[in-house]
Design a protein around this ligand. Structure first.
Ligand code: PGA
Length: 254
């Protein structure tokens, strides 16, 4: 079995660096005993350098967004090179909460290309706002993938991870619960679309994670019955105990 990838998306939490350090030190205690699970934490970028420290350990770090230019007059933005310098290795791009504030496919595509060029691994989030019984939502997924991945150099595809996150299943206001079968169905569809965008062989190797209210109760079902290559965890990644349980589940799989 390939290594599962468990990524914590902290969003705009917690509100103090002290708390961030406490959560990380708790998570690191669990990570110390893992051998076959890749663990990535994506805190607010302002905490990254402090949390990563001087020498990188087994817990890897990433950001929740990055700009596409290397430098220049782009007030408020951070470039992939700057991000790399903190020791971050990953970046989440195209999250539904950023799409909701106006981020479109063309922008996500620019960000992906720039991040990959800088050597970052990209976690591209895709997911429909609504699920309809006729499968029209699949067109949404297809368009999101196609727009985001225009002209990605084939040699950089091994830096790509997809997170399938149905928007209606995300967060405390979720209106529904995704099932492992639902995930599997959509992951197969995503791979099919990927094989049209990049080549078939490469499309088979891109990890596809599940995200949307992932927690210790449903982790195993998504990873085993759903066949997910990993999880993108929001709320449950802010508790060292809850996230640690998810990590132990991923590690225990045969
Ligand atoms: P959630 O968030 O686990 O809190 O639903 C997931 C995400 O938005 O990445």
């Amino acid at each position: 079995m390939t290594k599962k990838i468990i990524i914590g998306n902290w969003k705009m939490n917690p509100v103090s660096r002290r708390e961030a350090r406490e959560i990380v030190s708790g998570i690191k205690k669990t990570v110390a005993s893992l051998r076959k699970t890749t663990v990535v934490l994506c805190p607010p970028v302002i905490y990254l350098e402090n949390l990563i420290g001087k020498k990188p350990g087994k817990t890897l770090f990433g950001a929740q967004d990055v700009y596409w230019e290397e430098k220049g007059a782009h007030t408020g933005n951070i470039s992939p090179i700057m991000l790399k310098e903190t020791g971050a290795l990953y970046v989440i791009l195209g999250h539904s909460e950023r799409r909701a504030s106006g981020e479109v496919g063309e922008i996500i595509n620019r960000k992906i290309k720039a991040a990959m060029k800088a050597g970052l691994k990209v976690v591209l989030c895709v997911g429909e706002k609504d699920r309809d019984a006729h499968g029209h939502y699949l067109k949404v997924l297809e368009a999101q993938l196609k727009e985001a991945l225009i002209k990605i150099p084939p040699r950089l595809v091994d830096q790509l991870i997809i997170a399938y996150e149905p928007v209606w299943a995300i967060g405390k206001d979720a209106t529904g619960v995704e099932t492992p079968e639902g995930f599997m169905h959509n992951a197969i569809f995503i791979r099919k679309v990927l094989s049209k965008i990049i080549n078939k062989k490469q499309a088979m190797t891109v990890p596809i994670l599940y995200g949307g209210s992932a927690d210790a109760k449903n982790a195993e079902s998504f990873l085993v019955a759903g066949g997910a290559d990993g999880l993108l965890v929001g709320r449950a990644s802010l508790s060292a105990k809850d996230f640690g349980e998810i990590l132990k589940i991923a590690e225990s799989l045969k």
